[in-house]
Ligand binder design. Structure first.
Ligand code: ACO
Length: 370
C-alpha cells in the first residue's frame, strides 16, 4: 500500500507527472515547447507549425506544414449534426457554448474513450477537437456562421474574420498569432492538470477538453483578461489617463481595499512573465492612447505592488497585455477568454495524448478533518 503524505497547499512545487511537451523556468523568466523557446516561436507567428510541434512532436518542414494545414482545414469543417445543434442552441457565452457542443462533436465523430483507441486514432481526435473549436466559438459569438469555410489564410486569419466580421489585416493576424502561440501551453496550470486528470480515467478527448474549459473559465486563471481591460476602462472613465498621480490614487484604492490587480502576479514567475514582455512589445507596435495608458498603469501598478506586497515579486502576467493586444486586433472582450481557450486547447490535447499513454489513474487522497 502507498504511504500517505501531505502535499503542499495548492500542490505548489509538487511534481505530479513527467512531460516532454514543455517547461516553465519560473526563476529564469522563460519557457519552451519541446526545447524550442516559446517566445521565439511566437515571434515567428506560424500558428499551425507550433500546433504541429506540440501535438505531433516536431517542428514541420515546409511540405509537412502544408500537409498539416490541409489536414486541419478538413477537420475544421463541422459535421452536419453539429451545425444542426448549433442552429438550435440557445445564446450562451461562447466558452460555455463550446463546452456544451463538444459531446455533440464527439457523438458526430463516433468518438470513443481514449483507452479504447490506438495512438493514431487518439491523435486524430486531438486534432479534430482543436480544429473545430474556433468555428464553434465564433458561432456562439454571432449565433450564426460568419466564415464557416477554411479560406486558405489559415486558422488565425479565419478566426479573426469570423469573430470581427471583417477581413483582418496582416498586422492583426501576426499579433493574434503571436499571442495564441505564446499561450498554447504553460506547464501544469490548473486547466492542463484538469484535462490530464480526466484523461487518466480513459475518457474521450472531448470530455478532457470540456473539463479544461471549466478550469480555464475561472477569473484566477483564464478569466482575467477582460477584467484587466475593465480596469483600464475604469481608470480612463475616471479621467485618470493623463496623470500618473491619479492612476496611483486608483491603484492604491484597489490595493488598500484588498482587491487583486487583474493581469498581475503569477503562480510560477518571480521575474517578469516572458509572455507579458512579448505582448507589451506587440502592443507598443500598435501604439495609441490606449497602449500608452496600459504602459502607465503597468509602471504604477508594479511599483505599488512592491510597496503593498514586499518580497512577493508581482509583475504583469500574460493576461494584462493579452487584453490590450486582443482589443487592438478588434476582438470584443467577451471573446478574450474563448480566444485564450482556442490556443490552450492545443496544449491540453497534447497533454491528454501524453497522459493517455500512461494507464495509471490519477487518484490522490484527502485528510478528513470533520
Ligand atoms: N494584486 C494584488 N495582490 C496580489 C496579486 C495581485 N494581482 N497577486 C498576488 N497578490 C498577493 C496576494 O494577495 C498574496 O498576498 P499575501 O501573501 O499578503 O496574502 C501574495 O501576493 C501572493 O499571492 P498568492 O495568491 O500566493 O499568489 P499565487 O501564486 O497563488 O497566485 C495568481 C497567482 C492567482 C495569478 C494571483 O497573482 C492573482 O490572483 N492575480 C490576479 C488574477 C490574474 O491576473 N490571473 C491571471 C493569471 S495568468 C494565467 O492564469 C494564464
Amino acid at each position: 500500500m502507498t504511504a500517505i503524505t501531505d502535499a503542499p497547499r495548492g500542490l505548489a512545487g509538487l511534481v505530479v507527472a513527467e512531460t516532454s511537451i514543455g517547461d516553465v523556468l519560473g526563476s529564469e523568466g522563460r519557457y519552451h515547447y519541446r526545447g524550442y523557446d516559446a517566445v521565439e516561436l511566437a515571434s515567428g507567428a506560424d500558428f499551425e507549425k507550433a500546433w504541429h510541434l506540440l501535438v505531433l512532436g516536431t517542428l514541420p518542414d515546409a511540405d509537412a506544414a502544408d500537409r498539416f494545414r490541409e489536414r486541419i482545414a478538413r477537420l475544421r469543417v463541422l459535421p452536419a449534426s453539429v451545425l444542426e445543434f448549433l442552429t438550435h442552441a440557445p445564446p450562451v457565452d461562447p466558452l460555455r457554448g463550446l463546452q456544451t457542443t463538444l459531446p455533440v462533436l464527439a457523438a458526430a465523430r463516433g468518438a470513443r474513450p481514449l483507452c479504447d483507441l490506438d495512438e493514431a486514432a487518439r491523435v486524430e481526435e486531438a486534432l479534430a477537437v482543436a480544429a473545430a473549436a474556433p468555428g464553434i466559438l465564433a458561432w456562439f459569438r454571432h449565433q450564426s456562421a460568419i466564415a464557416p469555410k477554411p479560406s486558405g489564410r489559415g486558422v488565425v486569419a479565419d478566426y479573426l474574420l469570423a469573430v470581427t466580421g471583417h477581413e483582418p489585416d496582416d498586422r492583426a493576424v501576426h499579433a493574434l498569432s503571436a499571442y495564441l502561440i505564446a499561450t498554447l501551453d504553460h506547464g501544469f496550470n490548473a486547466s492542463t492538470f484538469t484535462a490530464r486528470v480526466i484523461a487518466s480515467t480513459g475518457a474521450d478527448m472531448g470530455s478532457c477538453v470540456a473539463g479544461g474549459i471549466g478550469a480555464l473559465s475561472g477569473p484566477l486563471h483564464g478569466g482575467a483578461p477582460s477584467r484587466a481591460l475593465d480596469t483600464l476602462d475604469a481608470v480612463a472613465a475616471a479621467g485618470h489617463a493623463a496623470s500618473r498621480a491619479s492612476i496611483e490614487r486608483y491603484v492604491r484604492g484597489e490595493l488598500a481595499s484588498g482587491r487583486r490587480l487583474m493581469g498581475f502576479g503569477h503562480a510560477v514567475y518571480r521575474t517578469a512573465d516572458p509572455r507579458a514582455r512579448l505582448l507589451r512589445r506587440i502592443a507598443e507596435e500598435f501604439g495609441g492612447p490606449r497602449v500608452e495608458l496600459a504602459l502607465e498603469y503597468e509602471a504604477v501598478a508594479e511599483r505599488l505592488l512592491a510597496e503593498y506586497k514586499p518580497g512577493r515579486d508581482l509583475h504583469t502576467n500574460v493576461e494584462f497585455y493579452a487584453a490590450v493586444v486582443m482589443e487592438q486586433c478588434g476582438i470584443p472582450r467577451e471573446m478574450f477568454t474563448p480566444t485564450f481557450a482556442m490556443a490552450r486547447i492545443v496544449g491540453w490535447t497534447a497533454h491528454v495524448l501524453e497522459q493517455a499513454r500512461d494507464p495509471k489513474i490519477i487518484r490522490p487522497s484527502s485528510r478528513y478533518v470533520g
